[in-house]
Design a protein around this ligand. Structure first.
Ligand code: IMP
Ligand code: MG
Length: 187
């Protein structure tokens, strides 16, 4: 049974592991506003389809689209790659498919975090044959030193070290997604 001690929020103790703040709530919100402004400028006159990758991206997607002033649509994929572990299994499973027709549409894939790049590569290979007009990727976090696949991330919130992070949509065995800030596992 893991115990969560929020205290001053300077430290999160989960069982025997300690997580410390990496990105504070306000810092995340400021960066999401900037990304929204950039996307509004880039998609002026267009109607992009934001495709959130569940579960992790649900909070980032929700905050991001609140900054969007161009007409847009929103849909979701559900993928599973990690199971309940901290290390990627190297396999991606599709748990929920898209409902929308991406043919001829401007697609923005929205991820919480790009680690190895496998999930993004998997999604791109799934969408590309359906002939979207364009396809870009927005990810709140990227671990540049963990990238193993050749993927281009067009909108990056923050580049972070290759360490396990939780909060703001990101889970640890499905928990802690509701934390407003992002915490990193300390050694
Ligand atoms: P990738 O396919 O290796 O790029 O991994 C991407 C997915 O793994 C993300 O969408 C997350 O769901 C998950 N993931 C990667 N790093 C972390 C982390 O530090 N904390 C929680 N989930 C993570
Ligand atoms: Mg994810």
């Amino acid at each position: 049974m893991s115990e969560i001690k929020l205290g001053t929020k300077e430290k999160l103790v989960i069982g025997t592991e300690v997580f410390v703040p990496l990105l504070k709530d306000e810092q995340i919100q400021k960066r999401v506003r900037e990304l929204g402004e950039q996307i509004n400028a880039d998609y002026s006159g267009k109607t992009p389809v934001f495709i959130g990758v569940l579960n992790g991206a649900f909070i980032f997607l929700a905050d991001l689209v609140k900054q969007i002033t161009v007409d847009c649509e929103i849909d979701f994929f559900k993928l599973s790659s990690y199971g309940d572990e901290k290390i990627s299994s190297g396999k991606v499973k599709m748990l929920k498919e898209l409902n929308c027709d991406v043919n001829g549409r401007d697609i923005i894939i929205v991820e919480d975090i790009v680690d190895s790049g496998l999930s993004i590569k998997f999604i791109e290979e799934l969408i590309a044959p359906q002939n979207p007009a364009s396809m870009r990727v927005a990810s709140l976090l990227v671990k540049p030193n963990s990238l193993r696949y050749n993927v281009k991330i067009d909108y990056i919130g923050f580049e972070i070290p290759s360490k396990y992070v939780i909060g703001y949509g990101l889970d640890h065995a499905q928990r802690y997604r509701n934390l407003r800030s992002i915490y990193v596992l300390s050694e």
